[in-house]
Unconditional design. Structure first.
Length: 188
């Protein structure tokens, strides 16, 4: 990081990357009276993809200058502490820029993905249930056709049996009539 320190100039932003690429240091300087104010933010390398580093530093600078008077800055410089108004500023900036919007979107996408997977699984289960109902319906239809054939065959058999019984009764009645007629005839 020592390479970039010489490039520090008022109103110019520089970005320094750690040797192991684990974090970036974003630095912006400004003059206030005879003092050089340096604003910096330490971020992960992915921060710049999801958030605007320039906006972060500009908001930091504007908020710091509006929250602190020159006399407060001089006192903080002598004491080496941070003024309470600046603490509130840090809290606001962290609330605005501290959340990774890309991560939030990814989390929402994951949530939607879980719901969609559940919906697809439910749809597949419904499809399987419909296929089972279709199979059962086809089985019932085949059984109904078989029953209809069996009923038609039974009806035909019963009609045939009815004709035979009717014919048998008619023959018996004819025989009885013949016997009666023959017995009533004189024997000559």
């Amino acid at each position: 990081m020592n390479k970039g320190a010489s490039k520090l100039k008022p109103e110019k932003r520089i970005r320094l990357t750690s040797d192991d690429n684990k974090y970036d240091l974003h630095v912006m300087a400004d003059t206030l009276g005879d003092s050089l104010l340096v604003y910096f933010a330490v971020t992960s390398p992915e921060f710049g993809k999801a958030q605007s580093v320039v906006k972060l530093l500009d908001d930091f600078k504007a908020g710091f200058l509006s929250a602190n008077h020159m006399s407060d800055i001089e006192k903080a410089k002598e004491k080496g502490g941070v003024h309470k108004a600046s603490q509130e500023l840090f809290s606001r900036l962290f609330a605005t820029f501290g959340t990774d919007k890309l991560k939030q979107v990814q989390d929402k996408v994951e949530g939607v993905k879980v719901v969609m997977v559940d919906n697809v699984n439910q749809a597949l289960a419904n499809t399987q249930a419909l296929e089972e109902l279709e199979d059962k319906s086809e089985q019932f239809e085949a059984q109904a056709k078989q029953f209809e054939k069996s009923a038609t065959k039974t009806k035909s058999m019963m009609r045939c049996r009815e004709y035979k019984i009717t014919a048998l009764i008619a023959v018996i009645i004819i025989i009885i009539i013949i016997i009666i007629v023959v017995s009533t005839l004189p024997k000559s």
